[in-house]
Structure formats: C-alpha cells, structure tokens
Write a protein that binds this ligand. Structure first.
Ligand code: KG4
Ligand code: ZN
Length: 346
C-alpha cells in the first residue's frame, strides 16, 4: 500500500511517498531562512512560501520515485495530509493540495494529526526497511518540539492517551526564546546545544525547574523564560557575551532536567518503561543521553527517530501514520468537508 503524504503545518513544506513503514521518496523544503530574521515563524510569509513550494515539492517527490506524474494514479493507493495542530493558514495550503490530488487521481484521503506523526517518527524505516524493530505496545511517547511538549501513553496503533503536556510554552520554544534573548538567532535549540557542549553541559546558574513539585505530568516553561529574562537584565552586554556558553548550558539544563524528572515520574506512574522520543528537540544528543540513562535506570528501552530529518517536521511520518489509519479504514468521509484544525489534540 503506497501513500502520498503532505505536511505543511508550520515552516516546512514537505511531501513523501511511503509504503507501510518504509519511505520510498521524501522531500522537505525548509523556510528557516525566511523566518530567521523574525526570530520565529511569520505566518503570512509561511503561507506564501508553502503556496510557492507545494507543487515543486510534490513533483520532486514523485520524480525521486522514478514515476511520471501522469502515472501517479497507478502507483499510489491513498493521499494523506496533516490536518492539525499547526498554523491555520499553513495547514490550509496542504489540505487544499491534497483535496485537488485526491480528486484528480480518484483516491481516498487520510487526515493525520501532526502529533501522531512525531510519535510514529520513531518507527519510520528507510526504503530498505531499516531499522527493523517491531511494535511492542505500550510505549510512553514524548513529543518535544517547537510547538509541543507532550507525554503520551501510546497503547496501540492509533490509540493514545495524553498524560502530560505543557500549559504554556513548548520546550523548543523555550530554547528558541532564550536564544533570541542571547542574540543567537533562530532556531535556538541547535545553537544552544553547541554552546552548552563546549562547557560540558554543566549547570552554572541553576535556573528554576518549573512544576517539579506538582504531582501531575504537566510542564510550564514560561516562568523559566521570565526568570532568565530578569537574570539577563542584571548583566551588561560584555558580561553576557563572556558568559554565553555558561548561560546557554545552564538554561538548557533547566529545560532538560525538568523533562527528565517528569519522564521519571511518568514511568513510575504508568509502569511503562518502553520510551519513544520525537520532535525537533529530540535531535539534541545531550537530551538523548539523558533519556538513555533514564531508560537504563528503569531497565527499559528507548527509541528515537533513526534519521535526522525525522526529528523535525516531515511528510514521511505522516505517510506512516496514514498506513495504520488505512488498515483501520479511517478515511475522510466527505473530501469537501475536510478542514484544518489548528488546535487538534490527540
Ligand atoms: O519538530 P519541529 O521541527 O517543529 C515543530 O513541530 O515545532 O521542532 C522545532 C524545534 C525548535 O524549537 C528548535 O529549536 C528545536 O526543535 N531543535 C532543537 C534542536 N534542533 C531543533 N532543540 C535542541 N537541540 C537541537 N539540536
Ligand atoms: Zn512538528
């Protein structure tokens, strides 16, 4: 069963052709440079960039498969698209294109939740079918990105229970905002990772770890951001620049330590010790190390996306989710009625 998948929920215009868990063809066009000067995603620019890129990205994906566009109808079985959560005007572009193609090739549509994509990203295989690990439910799945910080009990295919989430900023967003305050540009996560690595990821300042005393599994990063802001306000530019690595490292540690302590609590509360970690921030090697030690502490296992492109937004993960939805016959009933859901939950 081959699926053409489309993803336009934030700042990547992406398409992929998948078969089961295998990615046969994948194209991602990033808008990072467009948004860098704004320090975050600028919605109307995102919409325009998606509109410009969507057709070439899809054509490239088809070409990479070695199929002529006119013959696509004979090759694929379904079309999948991200319905939400995400930026409304960005989601719209992908959905409109998916509807067009579904009509043109007379294919059923599958609407996918972007968060499901990040969860399944840990199970996506390359075209040769690697890595081979099978599903052994249940998993405790973490989605840690610029838009989300979620702890999800992944019970079975397409069956989830959100047991913890952020009440305000997402972890990636918290890193991006701190990087902006330090004048490090966007996206901030990778820059802070590099700076922190240069001082062995040490915690120099011990910034607050929000919500650790609460018994629930929710996060809140806006207080940490505010305390960082006031901390920086007391420093002059020279001190800030001199201390850049120490500041970045300590801030990153506050974010990651909070995540790991909540993860520890989640394992204890659910008795599930098989972990998966996806989303943009899961590219961070130091965070991976922390998660690996946690899994070891509980004699559990851990999976991350196997290829770097699968940590960020991509359509391959959307196609793989769609494969399981198709098996359950979860198709869009009325194509005309399909609409974006910017605040879609699991
Ligand atoms: O999943 P993603 O590409 O988009 C969303 O769905 O949000 O995640 C983007 C986020 C940004 O906040 C970015 O700073 C963060 O992922 N990120 C990282 C790293 N690479 C990307 N954070 C920490 N370390 C990294 N290496
Ligand atoms: Zn994402």
């Amino acid at each position: 069963m081959k699926i053409l998948a489309i993803e336009t929920s934030a700042d990547e215009t992406a398409a992929a052709i998948t078969e089961g868990r295998k990615v046969l063809s994948n194209v991602i066009s990033s808008q990072i440079e467009t948004h860098a000067k704004w320090g975050g995603i600028y919605p109307s620019l995102a919409k325009r960039a998606h509109e410009e890129k969507i057709e070439p990205v899809i054509q490239n994906t088809i070409k990479k498969l070695g199929v002529r566009s006119e013959k696509l109808g004979n090759t694929i079985d379904y079309i999948a698209v991200t319905q939400g959560p995400g930026l409304a005007i960005a989601l719209e572009v992908g959905i409109k294109k998916a509807k067009e193609l579904a009509k043109k090739y007379n294919k059923k549509l599958i609407a996918v939740n972007h968060l499901e994509g990040h969860i399944y990203s840990c199970f996506v295989q390359n075209s040769k079918g690697n890595p081979k690990h099978e599903f052994t439910f249940p998993y405790l799945s973490f989605v840690i990105s610029g838009g989300h910080t979620e702890i999800v009990l992944f019970k079975d295919h397409c069956n989830y229970e959100v047991i913890g989430e952020t009440l305000d900023d997402a972890a990636g967003e918290a890193l991006d905002k701190a990087a902006k305050m330090l004048g490090l540009g966007y996206p901030g996560g990778p820059v802070i990772e590099r700076l922190a690595g240069e001082v062995d990821n040490k915690d120099f300042y011990h910034f607050p770890r929000p919500m650790l005393k609460s018994n629930d599994l929710n996060f809140s990063f806006s207080g940490l951001k505010t305390s960082f802001f006031y901390f920086l306000k007391k420093m002059n530019e020279k001190e800030k620049i001199k201390d850049l690595k120490q500041l970045g490292s300590s801030y990153q540690e506050a974010v990651f330590d909070t995540i790991i302590q909540k993860a520890d609590k989640a394992i204890q509360q659910t008795s599930v010790n098989q972990l998966t970690v996806g989303g943009g921030v899961s590219a961070n090697l130091y965070l991976r190390k922390k998660f690996r030690s946690l899994a070891k502490k509980f004699r559990g296992s851990i999976l991350f996306p196997s290829f770097k492109y699968l940590t960020g937004d991509n359509a391959a993960m959307i196609g793989v989710v769609a494969n399981y939805k198709a098996q359950k016959k979860q198709f869009v009933k009325d194509i005309e009625q399909l609409d974006r859901i910017p605040r879609l939950t699991l």
